[in-house]
Ligand binder design. Structure first.
Ligand SMILES: Nc1ncnc2c1ncn2[C@@H]1O[C@H](COP(=O)(O)OP(=O)(O)O)[C@@H](O)[C@H]1O
Ligand SMILES: [Mg+2]
Length: 221
């Protein structure tokens, strides 16, 4: 793994190996920290690969900050190292929502997904599309939620883009949390509606139905 000044990854422990990034638990200037290292991908042209990794690293840092400004919790960012495409951030001691949905009480599920919907609404109201809104990218710590993985986020006020976010969480719930999907989605929508307002909520749902009719990859410009 690449090293850079300030990081001590000799003691680093790999906590997650993704398609694009490795997540390493290490230290940053004495603090416990998570390093998100975007790895070179052999199938991409190297010059293009470098540019993409740097761009997503910068984007993720920027959008974590934007999310915070919108009132949505994201990990504290300690460092952004563009050449090595590495973000160093607070280690959030929590559980991935994906891993705990099955063991939460009905009341906890409702509370968590209401909050999830509220937070998604806060992002959208601030003109932010998350871009990968799944239960794997949300941690639950002491009953509150922390959002991760902003590498594909961007600023957009478009109904279509917001509906795409909602579509992904809906698909995730139905696909990965079938048993809880109905009540979780209902709570999510309640939170979302409260956040964006009932008129916008309706409009997003209408757009979502349109997307579902058009099929997976179709887009309206
Ligand atoms: N700051 C953090 N604190 C604790 N765990 C984290 C943190 N960042 C990432 N993780 C863990 O690593 C996983 C992958 O991180 P993520 O940013 O979603 O990368 P990817 O783009 O590969 O999905 C998350 O699902 C979470 O379990
Ligand atoms: Mg992720």
């Amino acid at each position: 793994m690449s090293t850079y000044p300030g990081a001590d990854d000799s003691k680093g422990q790999l906590i997650y190996r993704g398609a694009e990034a490795d997540l390493v638990l290490g230290r940053w200037q004495g603090l416990e920290a998570v390093l998100k290292v975007r790895k070179p991908l052999a199938y991409r042209l190297p010059v293009l690969d470098d540019a993409i990794r740097r761009q997503r690293t910068l984007r993720e840092a920027e959008m974590m900050h934007q999310a915070k400004k919108a009132g949505v919790a994201t990990p504290f960012l300690y460092n952004v190292d563009v050449p090595s495409a590495t973000l160093t951030m607070e280690y959030v001691r929590g559980d991935r929502l994906r891993d705990v949905v099955g063991s939460m009480t009905a009341k906890e599920t409702e509370g968590a997904f209401f909050q999830f919907g509220r937070d998604a609404a806060s992002l959208h109201s601030a003109g932010i599309m998350h871009g990968d809104l799944t239960t794997a990218n949300v941690l639950r710590r002491d009953g509150s939620l922390v959002f991760l993985d902003f590498g594909l986020s961007y600023r957009t006020p478009r109904l279509e883009d917001h509906a795409v976010d909602i579509r992904l969480i809906k698909e995730t719930l139905i696909g990965a949390h079938h048993r809880e999907a109905r009540s979780a989605l209902e709570a999510f929508y309640r939170g979302y509606s409260e956040g964006v307002g009932p008129a916008r909520h309706k409009a997003v749902l209408r757009q979502l139905r349109g997307i579902e009719r058009r099929g997976r990859y179709a887009r309206v410009e």
